[in-house]
Design a protein around this ligand. Structure first.
Ligand SMILES: NC(=O)CC(=O)C(=O)O
Length: 335
């Protein structure tokens, strides 16, 4: 290997001989490449399952910031049209917003709720068909789910064949009260999910959270530990918390865990009782904003280069530098 590199080295002296500096640089570079490869493979999160050889290196991502209304049929039509448009622009991983099939309100959740496990969900059937027809991995935002007398805020993930790969029920319910600004209590109607979700897809290993879930760093840490390459959060922040926290939280989750974060919000609807902040965004593992938007309906496109995960983790091997003798993250779901 060193022999081949020396022959390719362009740094020659007047007689056409390799300079001593060029030889040293080449040897140094070879050793560096070798050691960084060793480091990269040893910085894999502990306990992370091995990705298959077919795992993608680059994924074209589309975040569909949809304008939702009180008309469910219209919302479904808007969503399926957006998925088609995203696919026609080369998207392989398409994300929809939180509660895209109904208005974001406690009054609406019971009336718009669908039985996913019972196989009668009109919204899920439409998403499965759209994923299959457009050959995209689809993180289908969330819809209100009804099951055995409970309502959940649920995200479904589909393969390119339209197969339901995973279902994540919002784990942390959005109960906040900032007087005069925003008061919302999802727990008045919804029940929280009892499990966390990491799913292998043709667009990489994804961790799934819904909106308020992004505020809990331990969840993202568990996802990183399980080898998630990107955490996807369909979400609908509001006009009080959105401007201050939305981007901050995404960048924090990304930089702490050295992975990609993608969020997808509904567009702001002036007629709605809940004004969504919008600003669907993708963030890279160095906390860099890769793509974002304002509050209008639209699709945000970017590419996730998964090789950057190895690069960043080699640059700063945080997983190895952790002081596990002083603190530890306890995964209670694997006991
Ligand atoms: N809507 C949410 O779940 C969360 C939110 O708006 C916030 O955390 O702020």
């Amino acid at each position: 290997m060193i022999y081949i590199w020396l022959h390719r080295c362009p740094v020659l002296d007047k007689r056409g001989m390799l300079t001593r500096r060029a030889v040293l640089t080449t040897v140094q570079r070879t050793l560096l490449t070798y050691s960084s490869r060793c480091l990269a493979s040893s910085t894999k999160p502990v306990g992370a399952p091995t990705m298959s050889a077919a795992a993608p290196r680059k994924v074209n991502l589309a975040l569909c910031q949809l304008l939702t209304s009180a008309d469910k049929e219209k919302n479904i039509a808007t969503a399926t049209a957006a998925i088609k448009e995203a696919a026609s622009h080369g998207a392989e991983l398409v994300v929809l917003p939180e509660m895209w099939n109904c208005p974001y309100s406690n009054d609406s959740f019971p009336t718009y709720a669908e039985d996913i496990d019972g196989g009668t969900s009109q919204s899920v059937a439409a998403l499965a068909a759209a994923a299959r027809q457009n050959r995209v991995v689809l993180v289908g935002g969330s819809i209100p789910e009804k099951r055995e007398g409970h309502l959940y805020n649920t995200c479904c993930v589909f393969s390119k064949q339209g197969q339901l790969l995973a279902k994540h029920r919002k784990v942390h319910l959005f109960d906040i009260d900032i007087p005069g600004k925003v008061t919302f209590k999802e727990s008045e109607t919804l029940t929280s999910g009892q499990s966390i979700t990491v799913v292998d897809t043709e667009a990489g290993r994804l961790g799934i959270g819904i909106c308020y879930d992004i505020r809990f760093p331990e969840l993202a840490m568990l996802y990183a530990k399980r080898g998630a390459q990107c955490i996807v959060y369909p979400g609908a922040f509001n006009m009080t918390t959105g401007p201050v926290h939305w981007e901050l939280l995404q960048r924090a989750r990304a930089v702490d865990n050295q992975l990609f974060v993608a969020t997808c919000s509904p567009a702001r609807n002036p007629e709605s009782s809940y004004q969504a902040w919008g600003h669907s965004t993708a963030v890279g593992p160095f906390a860099e904003v890769l793509a974002t938007t304002d509050h209008q309906p639209g699709i945000v496109y970017t590419q996730l280069e998964y090789a950057q995960l190895d690069e960043r983790r080699t640059n700063m091997p945080l997983t190895q530098q952790k002081r596990s003798d002083l603190y530890e993250l306890l995964d209670k779901t694997q006991q």
